[in-house]
Design a binder for this molecule. Sequence first.
Ligand SMILES: Cc1ncc(COP(=O)(O)O)c(C=O)c1O
Length: 481
Amino acid sequence: MSSKVIQKPEDRDSRPTTHDSQLTQSAGPKSIKLFEKAQRVLVGGVNSPVRAFKAVGGTPLFIQKAKGSQIQDVDRRWYTDLCLSWGPLILGHAHPRVVMAAQKALREGSTFGAPNPREFFLAQMISEALPSMQRMRFTNSGTEAVMSALRLVRACTGRNKVIKFAGCYHGHVDALLIKAGSGATTLGIPDSAGVPLAWTQETLSVPYNCPEAVEEAFARWGKEIGGVIVEPATANMGVVLPKPGFLKFLREITSRYKALLIFDEVVTGFRLEYGGAQTAFGIEPDMTCLGKIIGGGFPMGAYGGRKEIMENVAPLGPVYQAGTLSGNPVAMAAGIETLSLLKNKNPYAHLVRLTTWLANGIRERSLRFGIPVQVNQAASLLTIFFTEHVVTDWESAKTADTQRFGQFFHHMLGQGVYLPPAQFEAAFLSTAHTPKDIEKVLQAVDKAFEKITSVWEKKRPAVPAPSRSKDVSPRRVPTAL
Ligand SMILES: Cc1ncc(COP(=O)(O)O)c(C=O)c1O
């Protein structure tokens, strides 16, 4: 257990850094004033830690409104948004059809605490897209979905241990808030104050993309392991793709030991493609957790799986799980409209082309400016790691220079590009992003890299003057997934 770095993405990115305040103060006067006021009533001035900009320094922007690919802060500055509320907004902000659907639902009543037709309609759509989810239950967040799925796994298998991968995040579920192991398998040590050691000792941490470690864990604790939970492509140590065969191996070993395979598709569901990562990679998990996109921008999660597993949940079975606002009609309406648009318009190849154009443009600039970066991409997800090492797991992700990311982030912000404010996160594209947005972002990368080069690498041999970009037009870029 060498790492002191906290594993859940929001806290792990909120450790104090030593940023040069002159370079990191990108917020305008109104945001600065509001942040001062907010800190007097909200813990740290925010409602989710990563929003506080601790990982990049400076003051968070307070957002006034958003439309399509653009957000506006309270100082009336517009930004091209590549954070997109951390993933739900695959259609961009305030899509008119989603807004209309939510308004209509709201006029008909905001919550009933009783079954409503939109619930089974959305469930049907999800089940058609992800046939492994024969039965499901809606929750109000991804965290709630994962927490409930784990309870069910333990009840169904009669086994308490769960394998999780270092660097994967599954919400702030007590048992999964564990420190990353530095080697092979480690028993969970709490990574948050307030989580009892006993609650994490049933969680085994193994490195992502490492079949040997999983094999070793099963060899040792096989009869006690109820399930393996995995982000099939990760967004929470930054974007990392599974190595070829890794997910197939997880499917095979869980079946061999009669444990359940849980895909946490809170980010990848309806994102990598309509049928999520399980369709993209052709692997059928026993259970799936969803969130983000299925709520169309409203609070929502879901967990589901094979009928015989799910029928253990109350009222059919002994596993208790409930929620006052679960199946909320407004969130259901926004989810239905979002999925309908995705199904009918099938924008996935277009999104991949746009993202690949951006990824290649960044790579080309990193070579030109001599700044080592790894640009990892999974469909319309992308992370720029400031490291020369190929990033395949949490250990390699940690080689990224977070200070340099912080500088980059603020140089981008200063030019009107809003990235996720932490190195170990994914940037998102939406159907609202246009080639103009990509051109703007790449121009901003040019300037940001130029500034970083002059600030950080004064001693380097002279770099060639930036030439006109030779970016490949989106139509000629091959698809990545
Ligand atoms: C893969 C994954 N699982 C679960 C969660 C938790 O979802 P929520 O923030 O809705 O509780 C997240 C949140 O970012 C996530 O990325």
